[in-house]
Each structure stands twice: as C-alpha cells, then as structure tokens.
Write a protein that binds this ligand. Structure first.
Ligand code: HEM
Length: 230
C-alpha cells in the first residue's frame, strides 16, 4: 500500500470526534501559543486583562447558550444540550465580583466579539455548525481551561471560587467522563462526510475568532507593549 493510500485509510477510519481534533490541531496550537493565552496560563496577565477577557466571554457564552436553548429539541443541535455546562450564571457572578454591582454598564463587546457572536447566532439555521462552536469553547474550558483555573486562582488571589467560577464545572461529577461521553455523542451524530468537513472548517473558524479576539484584547489593553505581559 502506498503512503498516500495508508494516510487516506487512516483518515477514513477516524471517528467524527477524532476528525475534529486532528483536523483542527494546528488552529488549536496557534490559539494556545498566542501571547495572550501564554500570559494567562503563566499567571502574568495583568488583572485588567483577565477582567476584559471575562467580559468578552460573557457576550460569547450568552450567544452560545441562547442558541443552545433554541436548539434544545433539535435532533442535531440538541444532541449537545447540556445545561450543566452553561457558563452565563458563573460569568455574571464573576463580573459582579470583579467589576461591582453595575458591571453590566461597564462592559461592551469588542468588534471581533460582535462578529463571533453574530456567527454563533447564525448557526441557529445550521445546527451542525452550532456544534462546532459549542465543541470549541466548552471542550476547551474542560481541557486547557482547567490548567488556567489553577493558575488564575493563584495569580489573582481568588478564594472560594469568587472571580473564577467560569472555570469551575461543579455540576459535572467527572470532567474526563463528561468529555468521553461528549465525544461519544459527537460520534453518534448522523453527519455525512461533506457535512463533517464543513463542521471541521467551522471549528477552525471558531479558533480564528478566538485568536483574533486575543489580538484585539492585546491592542485595546495595550498589553502587547506592556512589560507586565511577561
Ligand atoms: C493557554 C491556552 C491553552 C492551553 C494550555 C490548552 C491546553 C489544552 C490541552 C492540554 C488539551 C488536551 C486535553 C485532552 O486531550 O483531554 C486541550 C484541548 C482542547 N482545547 Fe485547548 N488549550 C489552550 C487554549 C485553547 C483555546 C483558546 C481554545 C479555544 C477557544 C481551546 C480549545 C480546546 C479544545 C476544543 C480542546 C479539545 C480537543 C479535543 O480533544 O477534541 N484551547 N487544550
């Protein structure tokens, strides 16, 4: 068998969840390597950068969870309806803790966040595309997000969850078990080859939005030129 055939065979035998992971690895690694991610995960991001990210998360998860509710009974979109994942209540508490009771008046979506949330809301018409956005954020929060959780707690001196509840999934018994089940749900979806490819492309697009958002946060906070960035 030629190398090309062997490669083809391997890719044909991948499950959908394996295709999603393998097909978007370079986009993931670019997002992970971004200055902003690196500052966050090394505990050198200034506190105002952390707060600015939480504010943008609020808009992003509001869009995700709005579409999740709309698609809850849809055979494809509803397959990932897991309200126990939902982050908006935790973000509301984090922002009240970080910015005070008037936090809603102090935050606005950045242009990339507007484009990202428009795209998420548009997937109400394409439920498999919604799954791409759901997977990119929540599986990330259950993976690298758990490393970030430990770092930010130490870096900003948080106690009892206040300020970083976003990273705490206390409605899940076991994160590894949840992720395993989530992948099984993805693998049980009835999506043909072409549709799977479109979803992989949409996940790349979701990573792109996240990377652009981090670049925009760097610019708007002037973090890139700040010696605080480490
Ligand atoms: C400091 C930044 C980051 C670190 C250290 C990090 C780390 C990791 C690690 C170690 C895994 C593998 C976990 C496992 O296999 O169980 C993972 C998976 C994942 N990450 Fe990240 N990550 C980072 C940033 C991001 C960003 C910005 C996103 C998207 C917004 C993201 C989305 C994902 C997703 C969707 C997965 C699951 C891949 C799969 O198993 O299908 N990550 N991350």
């Amino acid at each position: 068998m030629s190398t090309a055939q062997a490669t083809q065979e391997r890719s044909d035998s991948l499950t959908f969840s394996e295709r999603l992971k393998a097909g978007t690895r370079s986009s993931h690694d670019a997002a992970e390597a971004h200055d902003f991610s690196q500052a966050l995960v090394s505990g050198t991001l200034p506190r105002h950068g952390y707060v600015a990210l939480a504010a943008q998360h609020y808009f992003i998860y509001s869009a995700l969870e709005e579409v999740a509710e709309t698609l809850a009974d849809h055979p494809v979109g509803g397959a990932v309806y897991f309200p126990e994942l939902h982050r908006v209540p935790a973000l509301e508490r984090d922002l009240a803790f970080l910015c005070g009771p008037d936090w809603r008046d102090t935050i606005t979506p950045l242009p990339t966040t507007r484009a990202y949330t428009d795209r998420i809301r548009w997937t109400v018409h394409w439920p498999a595309g919604f799954i791409a956005h759901h997977y990119t954020r929540y599986l990330g929060d259950l993976s690298g997000g758990q490393v970030i959780k430990r770092v930010v707690q130490r870096a900003y001196g948080f106690t009892d969850g206040a300020g970083f509840e976003f990273y705490i999934f206390d409605r899940l018994d076991s994160l590894p078990r949840f992720k395993k089940n989530y992948r099984a749900v993805l693998d049980a979806l009835d999506l043909d080859e072409a549709e799977q490819t479109r979803v992989v492309d949409e996940v790349r697009q979701a990573y792109q939005f996240n990377s652009e958002l981090m670049a925009e946060l760097n610019r708007s906070l002037a973090l890139a030129s700040s010696s605080d960035l480490g």
